[in-house]
Write a new protein. Structure first.
Length: 158
C-alpha cells in the first residue's frame, strides 16, 4: 500500500510541476506549484519526516508562494487572457490533481496501518541536514536568492 501511494503522489508531483511550468497564466502556474508542494509534503510525511512535511507546507506552500505572488504583482504582467473553453475543461487538471492529493492524504491518515508513516526525530534530521547535506542546502538557498534578484532585475522600471 505504501508503494502505491508513493508512486501516485510522485506522479502528482511531476504532473503538477509540469503544469506549473507550462501554463501561460501566472496564477494558474502558482496554483499548480502549490499543489506540487502539498503532494511533496505528503511524500515527506510518508517517508518518515513529519517535520520536513510541516516545513514544506509552512515555508514553501506558504511563505515562498507569497513571495512569488509579490514578484508576479511587481512584474505587472497585466490582465491575463480569458482561457478558451468551458470552466471544467480549463480547470480539469487542477481538479483531478487536488482529488488525487486529497485521496492519498486520506488514505495515509485513516488507512491501513501499513500506510502510516515512519518517524525520524528532528534531531536526527537536523544532524543529517547540516552535516551530510549542508552543501545542497546552501546551494538551494543561493538559487532562491539568485531567482529573487533576477525577478527584481526583470521587474524594474527604466
Amino acid at each position: 500500500m505504501n508503494a502505491v501511494v508513493f508512486y501516485i503522489l510522485g506522479f502528482a508531483v511531476l504532473t503538477a510541476t509540469f503544469m506549473a511550468v507550462t501554463r501561460r497564466e501566472t496564477m494558474h502556474a502558482v496554483i499548480y506549484l502549490v499543489m506540487s508542494f502539498f503532494a511533496l509534503s505528503l511524500i515527506f510525511y510518508m517517508m518518515g519526516a513529519p517535520l520536513i512535511a510541516a516545513l514544506e507546507v509552512i515555508i514553501y506552500a506558504g511563505a515562498i508562494m507569497v513571495l512569488f505572488l509579490f514578484v508576479v504583482m511587481m512584474l505587472d504582467m497585466g490582465m491575463p487572457t480569458r482561457p478558451e473553453g468551458p470552466f471544467v475543461k480549463t480547470w480539469l487538471p487542477a481538479i483531478v490533481l487536488a482529488g488525487v492529493i486529497l485521496v492519498c492524504s486520506w488514505t495515509m491518515f485513516t488507512g491501513a496501518p501499513e500506510a502510516k508513516a515512519a518517524y525520524i526525530s528532528p534531531r536526527t534530521f537536523g544532524y543529517a541536514l547540516y552535516t551530510k547535506y549542508m552543501l545542497a542546502v546552501e546551494i538551494a538557498s543561493l538559487l532562491l536568492l539568485f531567482a529573487l534578484v533576477g525577478a527584481l532585475y526583470l521587474g524594474r522600471r527604466e
